[in-house]
Ligand binder design. Sequence first.
Ligand code: ADP
Length: 255
Amino acid sequence: IQRIVVKVGTSTLTNENGHLDIEKIRKIVLELSNLQDKGYDVILVSSGAVGAGMGLLNINEKPKTLAEKQMLSAVGQVSLMQIYQTLFKEHNKIVGQLLLTKEEFSNRKRYLNMRNVCNAFLKRKIIPIINENDAIVSNALKIKVGDNDTMSALVSGLIDADLLIILSDIDGLYNKNPRKYEDANLIHIVGDINEDIKKMAGAEGSKFGTGGMVTKIIAAEMVTKIGTSLVIASGDEPKNITRIVEKENIGTLFV
Ligand code: ADP
């Protein structure tokens, strides 16, 4: 493994109020910094901007209008990046922000340009922190990827990642929604993403996340087709990141 994309979801980055969990972010930053010190190229795809905006403005309810949500994402994105910048600096790491849209992946010129930019980051050991440009794009404009699970899969293709790690509030894919069924079992490895696997994912997510398991399965389909492995694991224990890279059996591995 050489290049690793790590995607952290809203459910991992925020607490019950939907505000950012700084201590959690600190631990994730430590793991990513350690990986870079070991020689890996590290790319972070991070959600959490809306949550950060809610925290800053002391709002405890989900935004009611799209414009309000977009405003919160703009306010929160700055503060999210400020937190990452400060925390990574403690490990002497420099970060840069890339706010992408679907156009970066559907327009060939933009795709190639983005790939060059990403490689320029990695060449200088700068950690790209990627998010959708939510303040600018909305579903109505049809230039939105729509969720960061899919975004992280697209980014994995763009930079030819060896491994994608998606951290969530759940320790992997279960055979049915474990929040509903007590007897649900964790699936350790998936070699073929068939209809049964898709059914397991259902269609529900957490309170503040937008993806749920469905988009994670879509991401798995996308990356395994191009030879990149994906692990879905719990972000509650950020040390999982290093364990996964060191090939411990944690979460659900898609190959
Ligand atoms: P994130 O914000 O990290 O992207 P989400 O909340 O969107 O995470 O998605 C994870 C959630 O998906 C879980 O907490 C769980 O409630 C739900 N879910 C539905 N079906 C399953 C399943 N088969 N296995 C695991 N989680 C599932």
